[in-house]
Design a protein around this ligand. Structure first.
Ligand code: SF4
Length: 335
């Protein structure tokens, strides 16, 4: 089956007074129908920039300098601003991080949901109002007819995020991009929103790209995972590949830095020491070398290729190269 979305060899750079920042380099991945793909990485890893490229939202001084984004068989890069209007919000929609900044505080919720419906669907105003009420019901907001007349400040944080999800789902998009959708919410509300997204996906078969730095969210939600570091995909695989058989030291570091309260044992969280490299002048070798406890001479000299480890699993690390066999054994013994 053809994927819903294919991102191929994407490169995005930003021109600044200090030089060109290579925010995303040679990033490729696919999203299948009804699948959740998590893109994981720390701030500045390029995860949000790849999402902006998919939505055609890279604007100067940013530029997509290479690659293509193919959505349902149609190449998106190169679309005119008018063509983008029929894709953005209708076929691909986004759930932003902070619902308060994405909702217009001076407009009633109903109007904000109806806006997209009236723009993209052939509906009369009463039909759009009826659909808006249905959408609020779908995302679990009680008494929708009354709620449609209210303003964002009359909703709690969790309810506002439900409204944002309703707006994103208004036109039944095939792909939903959720950019850290629970970061601005309390932990208990986070769980409710993730549950809601999961049940909506099961019902509507929407594909989801979940951008997050939270591996707990990944374990809960994702089918497949892309790990990004310094603008590169350093590892990708199914959730089982990444959590049971991670093959990149950065992924090991991420996994060691999350608490595992279910084990019932006291556990020391191990932070990843150091900072990501300067993307004005990225190192010629592996970008993780300065922080990697297993770095070898070749790591500093040469960027490892994205190696296919199985049908589902890739990693960009010299430890997966046959020439590093002895070091791999040492690493395995120490882990
Ligand atoms: Fe560490 Fe070398 Fe692998 Fe980079 S390529 S993650 S420096 S072992």
């Amino acid at each position: 089956m053809d994927p819903v979305l294919r991102v191929n060899q994407l490169k995005v750079s930003f021109r600044t007074y200090g030089g060109s920042v290579q925010a995303v380099r040679d990033v490729s991945y696919e999203v299948a129908s009804g699948e959740t793909l998590a893109i994981v990485g720390e701030s500045g890893s390029g995860k949000t920039v790849t999402a902006q490229a998919i939505m055609g939202m890279i604007s100067p001084p940013g530029k997509m300098t290479q690659g293509e984004v193919v959505f349902q068989g149609r190449k998106l890069n190169g679309l005119s601003a008018r063509q983008w209007k029929s894709v953005r919000g209708k076929e691909i929609a986004m759930i932003p991080q902070d619902p308060m900044t994405s909702l217009n505080p001076t407009m009633r919720i109903g109007q904000q949901i109806m806006d997209g419906l009236l723009r993209h669907e052939r509906l009369t105003k009463p039909q759009a109002a009826e659909r808006a009420a249905e959408l609020l019901r779908l995302v679990g907001i009680p008494d929708p007819e009354k709620r449609l007349r209210q303003y964002p400040h009359e909703f709690s944080g969790g309810m506002r995020q439900r409204v944002v999800i309703a707006i994103a789902l208004a036109c039944n998009p095939a792909l939903l991009i959720a950019d850290e959708p629970t970061t601005a919410l309390d932990v208990t509300i986070q769980a409710q929103i993730l549950e809601l997204l999961q049940s909506l996906q099961n019902r509507l078969r929407t594909s989801i790209i979940m951008i997050t730095h939270d591996l707990g969210v990944v374990a809960e939600m994702a089918h497949r995972v892309v790990v990004m570091y310094a603008g590169l995909v350093v590892e990708s695989g199914t959730v089982q590949d990444i959590f049971s058989q991670p093959k990149h030291p950065y992924t090991w570091g991420l996994l060691q830095s999350i608490p595992k309260p279910h084990t019932g044992q006291k556990q020391r969280l191990i932070p990843i020491e150091g900072a990501p490299p300067d993307l004005f002048d990225p190192p010629k070798g592996c970008p993780f070398a300065a922080r990697c406890p297993y770095a070898m001479e070749i790591c500093v000299e040469q960027l490892p290729a994205e190696e296919k480890l199985s049908d589902t699993h890739t990693a960009r690390c010299w430890l997966n190269d046959s020439r590093a066999a002895s070091i791999r054994e040492l690493v395995a013994a120490g882990r």
